[in-house]
Each structure stands twice: as structure tokens, then as C-alpha cells.
Design a protein around this ligand. Structure first.
Ligand code: NAP
Length: 244
């Protein structure tokens, strides 16, 4: 299936590393004009050096006003990938209030902020668009030490469904992808040790973690017109983990 984004403008958050970085490159390969937003300047600089024609925005999404300011003259966007997130892992009994705030600021509140700005433009221009929110299997399954992260992703799934409900009449589709573990910088935080990884692998019918490209393929499909009747969904990319 050939996917073509010629003439489309895309914004990817958390583009500096991992899934967001690969999504940015693949969107550019498919003809989109991509704006890559992330937190660390050097990651964006190396991405720009590797990917012709992209624009970059360096901002901490946890800061609502700075993010608004950074996006105010972004121009029209057809495709939005809300991918940035953090995983602050700790046992439920030890959760620190500042980690709850920081996690919800980046994983949930920033999605509201960015999506409001981009969706307003789509509505005003009557062009419609497609939004993909990068959630997780953790939105639907309890994972040790992941209470706050799980809560943010559960919130993201439900918020995405309401976004689909309210934005659908403006021809804006909103979907989530829900990957299992992917060995990015974030994946390594939770799953590098065999004593953590092996029990998880045993619960995945396909017996392995996901590769970055397997997540990006689904993001691109949901962004594209090939998914023109799909909205409000949460799509597991989990080798069967959530089915069992
Ligand atoms: P990653 O390798 O840690 O990359 C995350 C990216 O988001 C980085 O570029 C990071 O910036 C950026 N970011 C984080 N906080 C930010 C902030 N406050 N403002 C702006 N940018 C920020 O993570 P990943 O594994 O690619 O994760 C991408 C998405 O997939 C996340 O939503 C995650 O929850 C989800 N996911 C991951 C896994 C997994 O196992 N890896 C599984 C399921 C779902 P820096 O360049 O500064 O680091």
C-alpha cells in the first residue's frame, strides 16, 4: 500500500528521539512538509541534519504558555502526531506529587494544548485533518511501577475518543496507537533488565517487543486517507498482549 503525503503539512511532537524521530523521517520520505517539535536542541539539530526540508521547534511541552507561543505562527497543519511523553516509574506507595503533575502536564495536558491550536486552524480553514495520539498498552493493562504512566495513557485514550466525537463534524479524525514495549530510550528505562523483560515477553503471544518501524507504519496509515473512515479508535500494536 503506497502512502503519499505530498502537499500536506505535519507536526510531530517528541520528534527528537525514538518513535517521534522515525515518524518525522518517514513522513518527510512520503512527501509531507514536517515540523518537528521536541525538548532537546541537539536531538533536533541532528534530526534536521539527517532529514532534508524539515522545520524544528524546540520547546518544553510541560510549559503551556511557551508552547502556545512557539506554535502561534506555525501556519496550517493537516496531520498531527502527539507523540511526546515521559515515563516516571515508581511503586504506587511511593508516588511523588510532583511526578503526577509533570507526567500529566506532558502526557495529557500538552496534547490538549497542541491539539486545540492545530484543530482550531483545521476548523477555520475547513480543511479537516488527522490526529494520531501515541498512547500505550499501559492505558489498558496494569504494569508494575507504572501507576501514573498508566493513568496518563488511560486518560489519553478517553480524551482521544471525545476529541473524535467533537471534531468529527469538522472532518478531523482522531485515533490512538497503543504499542507494547519498544526499545527506545523510554523502553530501556522500564524493560532493559531480563527480570523485567522476560515476564512481559511471556505475556506477548508473538513473543517479542515491537520495532519502531512497526509503530510508525500504523501511525502513517491512520494519518493517511487509507484510514478515511477510522476515528475514535485505540489500535494495539502489541503482538497480542491486550487480547490475552
Ligand atoms: P523516547 O525515546 O523517550 O522519546 C520521547 C521524545 O519525546 C523525546 O524526543 C523527548 O525529548 C520528547 N519529549 C519528552 N518530554 C518532552 C517535553 N516535555 N517537551 C517536548 N518534548 C518532550 O520515547 P519513545 O519510546 O519514542 O516514546 C514515544 C511515545 O510512545 C510516547 O508517547 C510513549 O509513551 C509511547 N510508548 C512508548 C513505548 C516504549 O516502550 N518505548 C511503549 C508504548 C508507548 P528529548 O529529545 O529531550 O528526550
Amino acid at each position: 500500500m503506497e502512502i503519499n503525503f505530498n502537499g500536506k503539512r505535519a507536526l510531530v511532537t517528541g520528534a527528537g528521539q525514538g518513535i517521534g524521530r522515525e515518524t518525522t523521517k518517514r513522513l518527510a520520505d512520503c512527501g509531507a512538509q514536517v515540523i518537528a517539535l521536541s525538548r532537546t536542541r541537539e536531538h533536533l539539530d541532528s534530526l534536521a541534519a539527517e532529514t532534508q526540508g524539515i522545520e524544528v521547534i524546540c520547546v518544553d511541552l510541560a510549559d503551556w504558555e511557551k508552547t502556545r507561543n512557539a506554535l502561534k505562527s506555525i501556519g496550517h497543519i493537516d496531520l498531527l502526531v502527539n507523540n511526546a511523553a515521559i515515563a516516571l516509574l515508581e511503586p504506587f506507595i511511593d508516588i511523588k506529587p510532583e511526578n503526577i503533575d509533570r507526567s500529566f502536564d506532558v502526557n495529557v495536558k500538552a496534547v490538549v494544548n497542541v491539539s486545540q491550536m492545530i484543530a482550531r486552524g483545521m476548523i477555520e480553514r475547513k480543511t479537516g485533518g488527522s490526529i494520531v495520539n501515541v498512547s500505550s498498552q499501559a492505558s489498558q493493562a496494569a504494569l508494575q511501577d507504572h501507576a501514573v504512566y498508566c493513568a496518563t495513557k488511560g486518560a489519553l485514550d478517553m480524551m482521544s475518543k471525545v476529541m473524535a466525537l467533537e471534531l468529527g463534524p469538522n472532518k478531523i479524525r482522531v485515533n490512538c496507537v497503543n504499542p507494547t514495549v519498544v526499545m527506545t530510550a523510554m523502553g530501556k528505562i522500564g524493560w532493559s533488565k531480563p527480570e523485567k523483560a522476560n515476564p512481559m515477553l511471556n505475556k506477548i503471544p508473538l513473543g517479542r517487543f515491537a520495532d519502531v518501524h512497526e509503530v510508525v507504519d500504523v501511525i502513517l496509515f491512520l494519518l493517511s486517507d487509507k484510514a478515511s473512515m477510522i476515528t475514535g479508535t485505540t489500535v494495539p500494536i502489541d503482538g497480542g498482549f491486550l487480547a490475552c
